[in-house]
Design a protein around this ligand. Structure first.
Ligand SMILES: C[S@@+](CC[C@H](N)C(=O)[O-])C[C@H]1O[C@@H](n2cnc3c(N)ncnc32)[C@H](O)[C@@H]1O
Length: 278
C-alpha cells in the first residue's frame, strides 16, 4: 500500500494547513482514488431523501460530492484546509448551486447536518485528535443525524495515514453514537481490500458529549486511574483520553459540574481540568 503514503515534506511536521497544502502543491496525493470510493457509492445509492444536509470534511478532490450531485442531492457542503486544493474544487463546482465549497478547519466549522461522510479524513488526523473528532462530529449532526463512511482496520508503518481497529473505534465512539453498522467493507478498492471497515453511526441525541483539556498526566498508568475515576461517576457512560493525555472526552446522561470532575482528581495537585467550549 505504498501509494497510501503521503509524506513528501516530513511526517515530523505538524499536520496543519501548510503541510496539507504542500502535499497538493507537490502533487503528492497518494490517497486520491480518482473516483468515488465504491463502498461509499453503494451507501449513497441507498439514500432516499435527496434534500438532506450532507457534509464531507477533508474532502480532497471531492469525488463523493460529485457523485452526490450527479444523483440529484441538493444540499452538499465540502470543507478542506488546503487552499491550493479548495481553489481547484471551487472552480470545478462553480456553476452548481447545490454545493457549498469551504476553505477552513473542520474543527472550527459551524453547521448542522443530517449526514457526514467520512473518507480518509479521520486517518489523516494525528491520533491525539480522535476524541476531538468524536466531539465535533456529535456537535455538527442534527438530531438522529449520521456519520458514515470508511475507517482503516490496520496499522501503517509510515503515517499519515494513521490506522486503527474495530475495537478502538467501538471504545472511542460508544454512547455518543449508536452503531447501526460497523463491518468489514466488501467492495473496497483493491489496494485497500480487507483493510477498511464500513460504518454508519447514528448520533445519540440523548447523551451529552463534552470535551475537556486535561493537564498534569504524564504516563498511561495515571491516565487509566483518572479515566476509571471519571467513568465510575453516576450518569457517566463513557470516558476516553487522548493519547497525549491532553484531552478527555466524557459522554454522560447529565451535565457533570466541572467542580465535581476537578474534585475527583484533586488527590494530585498537578491535575487540572477545563471544559472546551463549542
Ligand atoms: C488523506 S486526504 C483525503 C482527501 C479525500 N477525502 C480523499 O479521500 O481523497 C486528507 C484531507 O483532509 C484535509 N484536512 C486535514 N486536516 C483538516 C482539517 N483540520 N480540516 C479540514 N480539512 C483537513 C487535507 O487537506 C486533505 O485534503
Amino acid at each position: 500500500m505504498n501509494n497510501e503514503s503521503c509524506c513528501v515534506v516530513s511526517c515530523e511536521k505538524p499536520l496543519d494547513q501548510e503541510y496539507w497544502d504542500a502535499q497538493y502543491k507537490a502533487n503528492a496525493t497518494g490517497w486520491d482514488l480518482g473516483l468515488v470510493s465504491p463502498p461509499i457509492k453503494t451507501y449513497i445509492d441507498t439514500l432516499k431523501d435527496k434534500d438532506i444536509a450532507i457534509l464531507i470534511p477533508g474532502c480532497g478532490n471531492s469525488y463523493e460530492a460529485a457523485y452526490l450531485l450527479e444523483q440529484g442531492f441538493t444540499n452538499v457542503t465540502v470543507i478542506d484546509i488546503a487552499p491550493t486544493l479548495v481553489k481547484i474544487i471551487a472552480e470545478k463546482f462553480i456553476t452548481n448551486t447545490h454545493i457549498q465549497v469551504l476553505l477552513g478547519d473542520f474543527f472550527s466549522h459551524k453547521g448542522e447536518y443530517d449526514l457526514i461522510i467520512e473518507q480518509t479524513f479521520f486517518c489523516a488526523l494525528p491520533p491525539t485528535m480522535r476524541q476531538k473528532y468524536v466531539w465535533k462530529m456529535h456537535e455538527l449532526l442534527a438530531k438522529d443525524g449520521k456519520i458514515s463512511g470508511l475507517l482503516f482496520n490496520r496499522i501503517f508503518e509510515v503515517s499519515p495515514p494513521f490506522g486503527g481497529s474495530q475495537e478502538e473505534y467501538e471504545l472511542l465512539f460508544k454512547h455518543a453514537f449508536d452503531f447501526t453498522s460497523l463491518e468489514k467493507s466488501n467492495n473496497s478498492i483493491a489496494p485497500r481490500s480487507n483493510s477498511e471497515l464500513f460504518f454508519e453511526f447514528k448520533k445519540n441525541s440523548t447523551t451529552l458529549v463534552n470535551l475537556y483539556e486535561f493537564e498534569g498526566i504524564t504516563c498511561s498508568g495515571c491516565m487509566d486511574t483518572v479515566t476509571k475515576k471519571f467513568a465510575a461517576l453516576n450518569d457517566v457512560l463513557n470516558v476516553s483520553m487522548s493519547s497525549n493525555f491532553a484531552e478527555v472526552l466524557i459522554v454522560s446522561n447529565r451535565e457533570i459540574p466541572l467542580e465535581e470532575l476537578q474534585t475527583i482528581v484533586s488527590y494530585d495537585e498537578k491535575y487540572k481540568i477545563k471544559k472546551i467550549t463549542k
